[in-house]
Design a protein around this ligand. Structure first.
Ligand SMILES: *Cc1c(COP(=O)(O)O)cnc(C)c1O
Ligand SMILES: [Zn+2]
Length: 470
């Protein structure tokens, strides 16, 4: 069955440039507009769809575990991303994540206890938020009859794609990774799940360019977040945040920025909810770059580039990328999931920043790891990139941009166990490991290190050490 037969016209793809706005059928596999080269959105003719009258309809689902609205925290919100019929969606049980009030971390950030919330997306089946987007992209790929799907990845997209391919046995996963950058936690997933893993010499930006070429040449379905269906799934992270807050809109959403898919998806989610009259207010968005991969910060905060209602200053981004290339500047940060200099969703993120009156900040690897240790000490934990959100919230609170009484949601994008090297290097007193993993990146202090206590194998001394420390 051709994709679009059932939902034709009420869902379609559309160029994000308001001047162009060219529309494409859902069945066209198209990563940019043929006319103007801009990114595409998945768009809906909401007037012809059954739109919920109030968000509280999503509280009432019960029924069989076979129903994707029960099985999946993405498809629970199917009526807000209705590009495929409910009986054709693919799920591996993603999106069962919850917002946690994090009072022990609130003090560190400088917020009133009770006003900091952490959205633990690490609790997804493959351990990162990527599963939300993959459920949607994979659903589209399956409807297109794809037999092979590919991505370039700093690790989590590949883990997610590999999991979807292997659990559903519907496609072969082909993943492109740069050399030496991917953490073992993530690489082990791709290998264990049986993905064809292509390791190329170069970094993420190189791998991204290559996978686009190869996907085009071989007709392989591309699931990187340049794929607009990915972002539809990632909208649901915000739906769950709102649901956890009993549909009250918080003051701030803080999210790490890598390829800028999440921030773009969140902006789209809020714009749609607002347009549909389902929320009365849009939260502010803070996107946090790592200092060593700060393209968005440079262009948005330093050079003042804006979406400008769809008419951003042309050429500035290309000029900046050309300058990066010319000077051989490569992204470098311990937060490997956001170690990206040429984010594919740049323009969509600019639009999201306009929708949400957003700000962008950069944080150092030191700030990231200290924030990560605080999140970990609060229980559950996260990987380094995720902690950029908490470090960024602390920075914005220090500047007074975030107020002391504001309600702040930080998105923790990936699981603690994704990158155990970074965590152990932070807590260890093994000098060699500290030097290799952290000091080489300019991290000098381990302000919240929890060192292992070394004791001889002697009962009295063990008892003595425990009495002394706990
Ligand atoms: C992919 C990823 C990011 C970056 O998200 P974008 O949507 O590309 O900006 C951040 N953290 C983790 C853990 C990730 O896997
Ligand atoms: Zn266009």
């Amino acid at each position: 069955m051709a994709c679009g037969e059932i939902v034709r016209d009420i869902a379609f793809q559309r160029c994000i440039s308001p001047d162009c706005g060219r529309q494409y059928d859902l069945a066209q596999i198209q990563l940019q507009c043929e006319d103007c080269g801009q990114l595409l959105d998945v768009a809906y003719d909401w007037d012809r769809l059954e739109v919920p009258r109030s968000l509280s309809v999503f509280d009432g689902h019960n029924g069989s575990l076979q129903d994707p609205r029960i099985r999946s925290g993405v498809w629970r919100f199917h009526s807000l991303l209705p590009f495929a019929p409910l009986d054709h969606v693919v799920t591996i049980g993603e999106g069962h994540t919850l917002l946690q009030q994090a009072s022990s971390v609130a003090g560190y950030v400088g917020l009133e206890a009770g006003e900091l919330y952490l959205q633990y997306e690490g609790m997804n089946p493959s351990g990162s938020f990527k599963d939300n987007g993959m459920a949607a992209a994979f659903t589209h790929a399956a409807r297109m009859g794809a037999k092979r799907a590919a991505c370039a990845s700093t690790g989590n997209t590949s883990a997610s794609l590999a999991a979807f391919c292997s659990v559903t046995r519907q496609m072969k996963a082909i993943i492109f990774i740069g050399s030496g950058k991917i953490s073992f936690g993530k690489l082990s997933q791709a290998l264990d799940y049986g993905a064809l893993t292509v390791q190329i010499k170069g970094d993420f930006d190189d791998a991204m360019r290559r996978v686009r070429e190869v996907a085009g040449k071989l007709g392989i379905y591309l699931v990187n977040s340049v794929n607009p269906f990915r972002l539809e799934g990632q909208k649901t992270v915000m739906f769950r945040v709102l649901q956890s807050l009993n549909w009250e809109v918080p003051d701030w959403i803080v999210v790490p920025g890598g390829n800028l898919g999440n921030s773009s998806a969140f902006g789209k989610a809020f714009a749609e909810l607002f347009a549909l009259g389902l929320i009365q207010r849009i939260p502010r968005l803070a996107v946090i770059n790592a200092q060593g991969a700060n393209t968005l910060y440079q262009l948005y905060e330093q050079q003042g580039l804006r979406w400008n209602r769809g008419a951003p200053q042309p050429g500035e981004v290309d000029g900046y990328y050309n300058q990066l290339e010319a000077t051989g500047q490569r992204a470098t940060t311990i937060a490997s999931a956001i170690e990206i200099n040429q984010p594919v969703n740049f323009y969509k993120c600019l639009r999201a920043l306009e929708t949400c009156d957003g700000v962008v900040r950069e944080v150092s690897d030191q700030e990231i790891l200290d924030a990560k240790a605080q999140v970990g000490a609060g229980g559950l934990g996260c990987e380094p990139a995720s902690a950029a959100s908490v470090a960024g919230a602390k920075k914005l609170r220090g500047e007074g941009v975030i107020g002391a009484g504001d309600r702040v949601v930080c998105v923790l994008t990936g699981h603690l166990l994704k990158d155990p090297d970074a965590t152990v290097a932070y807590h260890t007193d093994n000098k060699e490991m500290f030097e290799r993993v952290l000091a080489s990146r300019g991290v000098e202090h381990t302000n919240f290190a929890n060192r292992a206590v070394v004791v001889p194998n002697d009962l009295d001394q063990i008892v003595g050490a425990i009495e002394k420390h706990a």
